[in-house]
Design a protein around this ligand. Structure first.
Ligand SMILES: *[C@@H]1O[C@H](CO)[C@@H](O)[C@H](O)[C@H]1NC(C)=O
Length: 716
C-alpha cells in the first residue's frame, strides 16, 4: 500500500513534529526531465523495481514498485552522529524517531537513477545502477542490481548506512521464508516462497526464485545483518547503528536488513548493496531448464554475488562511458529530447530479457536469449516484440537479434510448427518457452513472416555474419513464398497491433510483405524475390492501390478507402537497410500528411484510434526529413514528461482528445521491452555504433567459444 501523506495531513504533521525538516524541503529538480517512473533495479522480467516519479518528493516514506504496480518494501536509512534519517522507503516514519531526509534532486541516465538528499549536516546520494552491457554476457546476465549510498564533503561525522527489503519481493509474502548466509564477510539474505511451484508466477512476479540483498564490508566499514519485524530491526539500528542483536523470527511483514558502520567519516565514503532476484532454473525451454549465462563461471549464488560486487568498478566505468556516448549520439541524431527518450528506454528494453544457457551442462555455446511480452500478455519471444525493439540491438549489439531468434528457429527447424507462416511466439506465458505443438499460437501470418525475414537480413547487415541465416535458409524461403502468394489480396487478419482488431487488405501489412520479400531476395541472393518485392511496392505506391488518389498518404485498407489512414511504419526497415523497395516519394508524402492529423501528443496509430504507439512512431519518424521527425520526437517527449502518469515507460497512450479521452495518459502497456524501438533514429547512424561497450570487456566474456559468430579479428 502506498502511504499517501496528503491524505494523512502532512501539513499538520510538519507544523508540529517535523517543522524544521519539512520546512527544509524545497522543490525537487528532475534531470534531465521528469520521467513517469525511475528505474531502480531493472534487469530482467522478474527483477524490475521502479520508483514512480510522483513518490520522489516523499522518497523517505515511499515504497518502491514492481513494474506491474505492486509495492515492494525497500528502505535506505542512515545514522549521522546518532540521529537517524530515512532516505527511502519508511512509510510509518512519524511513528518512530527516524526523521525524513530532505530530497533535493533526482536524475536518470541510461543506466543510473540518482537521488540527492540531505540528512541533517550530511548530503547523501542514492545511486541505483542497473548495468546494460549486452556484449559482456557475464555482466549482462547477472540478476542483480547495485545500490550505492554515497556521502561527500563530510568532516568528521559518525555515519552508519542501512538498507532492507521485505517479503513482498518474493511475490507471496505470507508464505515467505528467510535465510542468511555469510561467506568470508560477504553477507546476504535470501527470501523465497516455501514450497514454491516451479516456474509459477503470481501477478507477474516469479515465485520460484530468491530475492537477494547482499553487501560486503567497504574500506573500513563493519557490516552487520538482521531480519525480522521492521520495528525491531530498525530500532536496533536506531539504538546502536548496527544490527548485531538477537535474531528475531521471520514473519510475513518482516524485513531483511544490512547495515554498514563507517565510523567517523572524513571526505567521501560509499557503500554498495546488491539487490536481486535469482532463479537457478530461469526458463523452461522445450522441457529443458535454462539458467543465467553467468552460472557457467559462477554457479553458486555467493560466487555470483562476490563477482558482481568485485565487478562494480569496471561496470561503473563502462556505464559512465555508455551514458555519455548514448547521450551525445542521440542528441546528434535528433536533439536533447530524443536523448532523454533513449536514456529512459535503455534499462527497460534489456530488462525484458534473460540471457541463458542450459541448466544441466552450463555449456556457453548453447547461449539463448528469452524476452517477455510484459503487460500485454506475457508471451515468450514474440516475433512482433523482437521486431519493434530491434533498433536498440542494432545499435548496441546486433548479435542479440540472433540470440533472441535462435530459440524460435530451432523450434521451427525441428518441424514442430506446421502452419505455412511464421509462428507468433514461443510460448503463451513466460518462462514457458514450450512452443505451440497444438498449432494454436495467435495467428499473424503476414506480420510475422515479414518480421522474421527483415530481422534476419538486419542481423546479416549489422554483423556481417551469413552463416547463421544460411543454416535456416529453407525455412526463410518458405515464409518468403508465403508472402509472395498471400500479400496482395490479404485475408482478414491481425497485425502486430492486435488491439485494433483484424482487417483484410491492410496496407501497412502489404508494405511489410513487400519489404520482407525484398529482404529475402537480399538474404538469399535470389534476385527474383527482390524483383517481386519491387513489383508489390510499385502496385501499392506508384500504381496507387495503397494510397489515396492524390497520393497524399497510405490508406489503412485498400482498395477504395481514400479517407482512411494508418501510420506506414513498416517503411522504416526499407530505409534502415537501404533496400529501396519503395521510392523516396513514398516517404516524403507522409511528412506533410501527418502534420494534419497530429493530436496533442502526436499521431495516433490509425484514423480510428485515439491512441499512439511510441515505438512505431519512432520507426515512422525515421522515414521522414528532419522537421517532421522533430515533431514526432517532441510529441513523445511531451508524453513522457507530462507528469500525468507514473508507470514505467508506456509504449501505448492517448495521443489526442478527439474522441473525448484525456490525452497524454498511458494505456495497458507498462515496462515493455518494445521501447527498444525508440532507438530507431539512432540506428540510422549505423549498426554497432556504440564504442564504449567494447572498451571495458572483461576476460572471457567475448571472443570465447560461445560466441560462435564473432569476428576473430576482434578477439581480445
Ligand atoms: C483486397 O484487395 C484485392 C486487390 O485489390 C481485391 O481483389 C479484394 O477484393 C480485396 N478484398 C477485400 C476483402 O476487400
Amino acid at each position: 500500500m502506498h502511504f499517501d501523506l496528503r491524505q494523512l495531513g502532512l501539513g499538520s504533521l510538519c507544523a508540529s513534529l517535523l517543522s524544521s525538516f519539512c520546512g527544509d524541503q524545497g522543490p525537487i529538480t528532475h534531470h534531465p526531465a521528469r520521467p513517469p517512473s525511475y528505474p531502480l533495479a531493472v534487469r530482467n522480467p522478474y527483477l524490475s523495481t521502479w520508483m514512480p516519479a510522483d513518490r520522489v518528493e516523499q522518497l523517505p516514506y515511499a515504497d518502491a514498485q514492481f513494474w506491474a504496480g505492486h509495492d515492494l518494501g525497500w528502505s535506505v536509512i542512515v545514522r549521522v552522529d546518532g540521529q537517524v534519517y530515512s532516505l527511502m522507503g519508511v512509510p510509518d516514519l512519524e511513528a518512530s524517531t527516524i526523521r525524513p531526509a530532505a530530497v533535493r534532486r533526482a536524475e536518470f541516465t541510461s543506466t543510473h537513477s540518482l537521488f540527492d538528499l540531505t540528512a541533517g549536516p550530511v548530503a547523501f546520494t542514492l545511486d541505483f545502477f542497473s548495468p546494460v552491457s549486452p556484449s559482456n554476457y557475464l555482466r549482462q546476465s547477472l540478476p542483480f542490481s547495485y545500490l550505492t549510498v554515497q556521502v561527500r564533503n563530510v568532516w568528521g561525522h559518525d555515519i552508519q548506512i542501512y538498507s532492507d527489503i521485505d517479503g513482498r519481493w518474493t511475490g507471496r509474502e505470507h508464505r515467505s521464508v528467510h535465510e542468511l548466509e555469510d561467506h568470508d564477510g560477504l553477507i546476504f539474505h535470501r527470501l523465497s516462497v516455501e514450497d514454491a511451484p516451479q516456474y509459477a508466477e503470481e501477478s507477474d512476479m516469479a515465485l520460484w526464485g530468491e530475492a537477494i540483498l547482499a553487501s560486503r564490508p567497504a574500506d573500513s566499514s563493519v557490516l552487520s545483518a538482521l531480519a525480522g519485524d521492521p520495528r525491531v530491526v530498525r530500532a536496533a539500528f536506531v539504538a546502536h547503528g548496527d544490527l548485531s542483536g538477537e535474531e528475531v523470527g521471520w514473519s510475513s511483514r518482516s524485513v531483511a536488513a544490512l547495515a554498514h558502520d563507517l565510523g567517523s567519516v572524513i571526505g567521501h565514503a560509499s557503500v554498495n548493496f546488491a539487490v536481486g532476484y535469482e532463479r537457478k532454473k530461469a526458463i523452461n525451454y522445450l522441457g529443458d531448464a535454462y539458467t543465467g549465462f553467468y552460472r557457467a563461471e559462477y554457479p553458486t549464488t555467493h560466487e555470483a554475488l562476490s563477482f558482481f560486487l568485485d565487478d562494480y568498478e569496471d561496470a561503473r566505468l563502462e556505464s559512465w562511458d555508455l551514458d555519455a556516448e548514448l547521450s551525445a549520439f542521440a542528441t546528434a541524431a535528433a536533439g536533447p529530447k530524443y536523448a532523454d527518450i533513449v536514456a529512459l528506454s535503455t534499462r527497460q528494453a534489456y530488462g525484458g530479457i534473460d540471457l541463458t544457457i542450459p541448466h544441466d551442462s552450463l555449456a556457453t555455446d548453447g547461449v539463448l536469449a528469452f524476452i517477455k511480452e510484459l503487460s500485454s500478455d506475457g508471451n515468450v519471444n514474440t516475433i512482433d516484440v523482437i521486431m519493434p525493439a530491434f533498433p536498440i540491438y542494432w545499435v548496441m549489439d546486433p548479435d542479440w537479434i540472433r540470440l533472441l531468434l535462435e530459440p524460435v528457429m530451432l523450434y521451427l527447424d525441428a518441424g514442430r510448427w506446421q502452419l505455412p507462416y511464421t509462428i507468433h511466439d514461443l510460448g503463451s506465458h513466460y518462462p514457458h518457452a514450450i512452443g505451440h505443438d497444438d498449432q494454436q499460437a495467435e495467428p499473424m501470418p503476414i506480420e510475422e513472416c515479414g518480421n522474421l525475414l527483415i530481422l534476419a537480413l538486419a542481423y546479416v547487415r549489422a554483423t556481417g555474419d551469413e552463416s547463421w541465416t544460411h543454416r535456416y535458409m529453407d525455412t526463410f524461403q518458405q515464409y518468403a513464398d508465403y508472402l509472395v502468394d498471400n500479400s496482395i489480396d490479404i485475408a482478414n487478419q491481425l497485425s502486430s497491433n492486435d488491439a485494433a482488431g483484424p482487417l483484410p487488405n491492410e496496407t501497412n501489412l502489404a508494405i511489410k510483405a513487400a519489404v520482407g520479400i525484398k529482404a529475402f531476395g537480399e538474404l538469399s541472393g535470389k534476385k527474383h524475390y527482390s524483383l517481386i518485392g519491387d513489383k508489390h511496392a510499385d502496385l501499392f505506391f506508384s500504381q496507387g492501390l495503397g494510397t489515396d488518389e492524390d497520393q497524399t498518404h497510405f490508406v489503412l485498407e485498400y482498395p477504395d478507402m481514400p479517407t482512411t489512414w494508418k501510420i506506414p511504419y513498416n517503411l522504416y526497415p526499407d530505409v534502415l537497410l537501404g533496400l529501396e523497395t519503395f521510392p523516396n516519394e513514398a516517404y516524403t508524402m507522409g511528412s506533410e500528411f501527418f502534420s494534419t492529423v497530429r493530436g496533442e501528443y502526436g499521431v495516433a496509430l490509425d484514423h480510428r484510434q485515439d491512441w499512439a504507439k511510441s515505438d512505431w512512431n519512432m520507426w515512422l519518424a525515421g522515414t521522414f526529413e528532419t522537421s517532421t521527425r522533430n515533431e514526432f520526437v517532441d510529441d513523445l517527449w511531451a508524453f513522457m514528461t507530462n507528469g500525468k502518469h507514473n508507470w514505467p515507460f508506456s509504449d501505448r497512450y492517448v495521443s489526442t482528445s478527439a474522441q473525448g479521452s484525456e490525452p497524454g495518459i498511458p494505456l495497458l502497456c507498462r515496462a515493455r521491452p518494445t521501447v527498444g524501438g525508440h532507438f530507431a533514429l539512432l540506428a540510422l547512424k549505423g549498426p554497432q555504433s556504440i564504442q564504449s561497450l567494447s572498451t571495458h570487456k572483461t576476460k572471457g566474456t567475448r571472443g570465447s567459444k560461445y560466441n560462435r559468430f564473432m569476428d576473430p579479428a576482434s578477439e581480445l
